[in-house]
Design a protein around this ligand. Structure first.
Ligand SMILES: Nc1ncnc2c1ncn2[C@@H]1O[C@H](COP(=O)(O)OP(=O)(O)O)[C@@H](O)[C@H]1O
Ligand SMILES: [Mg+2]
Length: 384
C-alpha cells in the first residue's frame, strides 16, 4: 500500500537539474532551533505544503522523536505506520511509512510521541533513518525537529543539506537558538576531528568549513528579523567563527493560530494572508541555489571623489568573519592610504539602524564620503 504513496522518482521535473532517467536523491531540509513553541513545526509544515503546491514531490518527516504531532497540524488521520514501525523493522523501508495527505504531492512520515523506542533510537537506528531519508523517492524531504539539543536532534539537523534555525525575536528564544547553533557546531567539529569515523558523533557528513546557518525569524516584522539576524550573525562570528544568513521572516498572524486550530496548512486555508505570503517567499528562496558565500571580505563599494583639487579613492568593505567589522579606507592617487576607519558590527552606529550587511557597508561608506566632502577628515586636508 505504502509503496504506491510516492511515485518512483524519474529525476526532478521541477528543478533539481537531474538528467532524465537519472534518479537524483532528494534535498533534505531540517528545521530546528532549540526552544519549544517558537514555530518550528508550523514553519516546516507550511514550507513543505507550499513546496508541494508548487509541484515538487515532498515528504514531511516528523522528526520530533518523542513529541510527534504533525499529523494534527496537517489534518491527517493518524497513519497506520509511524517511525516506530521503521525502527522496530515492522516495515522494511522509510518509504513504506510515508502516507498521503490531503495536499497533492505531499506525503507524511509520522513520528510516535508515545513510544520510548522511537524517542530514543539506538545509534545504528538513527544512522539507518538518515540513510533512508536520502533514499525517499521524492524531490524534497522536510524534517521537523523537536526542541532542545539532544544528540538525536542535532544529528538529524547536521545530516541535512540545509539546516534552518527557527527563532522568535524574544530574548529567551534567541538565547536557546544561539545555544542550539553552538552545540550543533561543537558536535560537527567533533565529527570532523574524528578522522576514522569511530566517534558516536560522526553520524552526519563532515564539512571542511562551517556552513552558513540559515535563520528564520518567526512572529516578527522584517526590520526586527534583520536586527535579530545581525545580532546572531555577530555572536556566531565572534564566538563560533560562523555566519548567519536570514532566510526569511514570518509575521505574527492570527490566521496562523486559526490554521493550527482548524488543522489546515496556511497555504490552503488563507493563501493571501501575510504569513502565507512570507512562507511562500521563504520556501522559494530556500529552493533557489545558494549564492556563494565569501567569508572575507564579503562586499565592497569603490568611489572616486575630488576634494580641493586632488582626487581620492574611497573603498569600503565588509571584513566578514571573524573580524566582524566594516572598514573604509581613503587612498591618494599614488596608492598610499591617507585615512582608515573601522567600525564593528556591534557598534551603536549600526545597531540603532537595524542594518542588514549590505546596509552596513553602504551607510559606513556614505557617512565617510560626507565627512570627506565637508572637510571633516583631518588627514585629507593635510594631504590634499
Ligand atoms: N507566525 C505566527 N503567528 C501566530 N501564531 C503563531 C505563529 N507561529 C507559531 N504560532 C503559534 O505558536 C504555536 C507553537 O508553534 P509550533 O510550530 O508548534 O512550535 P514549535 O514546533 O517550535 O514547538 C502554534 O500552535 C501557533 O498557535
Ligand atoms: Mg514542534
Amino acid at each position: 500500500m505504502a509503496d504506491a504513496v510516492i511515485a518512483p522518482s524519474q529525476g526532478t521535473a521541477t528543478g533539481s537539474g537531474a538528467k532524465p532517467g537519472v534518479v537524483a536523491p532528494p534535498r533534505v531540509w531540517a528545521f530546528g532551533g532549540g526552544k519549544g513553541g517558537v514555530g518550528k513545526s508550523v514553519v516546516a509544515c507550511n514550507v513543505a505544503a507550499r513546496m508541494a503546491q508548487l509541484g515538487h514531490r515532498v515528504v514531511l518527516v516528523d522528526g520530533d522523536l518523542g513529541g510527534a504531532n504533525l499529523d494534527l497540524m496537517l489534518g491527517c488521520e493518524r497513519p497506520a505506520h509511524t517511525l516506530s514501525h521503521f525502527f522496530d523493522r515492522s516495515v522494511a523501508s522509510l518509504a513504506e511509512v510515508a502516507a498521503p495527505t490531503s495536499i497533492e504531492n505531499l506525503s507524511f512520515v509520522a513520528g510516535d510521541g508515545d513510544c520510548l523506542g522511537a524517542a530514543n533510537p539506538a545509534h545504528a537506528q538513527k544512522q539507518k533513518l538518515i540513510r533512508h531519508l536520502r533514499r525517499l523517492p521524492c524531490d524534497l524531504v522536510v524534517v521537523d525537529l523537536g526542541a532542545g539539543t539532544s544528540f538525536n536532534t542535532l544529528d538529524l539537523y547536521l545530516a541535512a543539506d540545509l539546516g534552518v534555525c527557527v527563532t522568535s525575536p524574544e530574548p529567551t528564544s534567541l538565547q536557546n537558538c544561539f545555544s542550539f547553533m553552538k552545540t550543533a557546531m561543537l558536535r560537527e567539529t567533533a565529527a570532523r576531528a574524528t578522522a576514522d569515523g569511530a566517534s558516536a558523533a560522526n553520524d552526519g557528513p563532515a564539512r571542511a568549513t562551517p556552513r552558513p546557518i540559515s535563520l528564520v525569524v518567526n512572529r516578527a516584522q522584517p526590520a526586527e528579523a534583520r536586527r535579530v539576524a545581525n545580532l546572531l550573525h555577530d555572536l556566531a562570528g565572534r564566538f563560533l567563527g560562523a555566519s548567519v544568513r536570514l532566510a526569511g521572516s514570518v509575521a505574527d498572524d492570527p490566521q496562523m493560530a486559526r490554521s493550527v486550530r482548524t488543522r489546515q496548512p496556511l497555504c490552503t486555508l488563507a493563501p493571501e494572508s501575510p504569513a502565507a505570503r512570507e512562507l511562500d517567499q521563504l520556501a522559494q528562496s530556500l529552493w533557489r541555489p545558494p549564492v556563494p558565500q565569501r567569508s572575507s571580505p564579503r562586499m565592497g563599494i569603490n568611489e572616486e571623489i575630488d576634494h580641493e583639487g586632488a582626487r581620492f579613492h574611497v573603498q569600503t568593505e565588509d571584513l566578514g568573519v571573524p573580524t566582524c567589522a566594516v572598514r573604509t579606507q581613503v587612498f591618494r592617487g599614488d596608492g598610499s592610504v591617507v585615512f582608515t576607519r573601522r567600525t564593528a558590527y556591534v557598534d551603536a552606529f549600526f545597531a540603532r539602524l537595524a542594518a542588514s550587511p549590505e546596509d552596513r557597508v553602504r551607510l559606513h561608506h556614505v557617512a565617510i564620503v560626507r565627512a570627506l566632502r565637508a572637510g571633516r577628515v583631518e588627514p585629507l586636508r593635510r594631504t590634499a
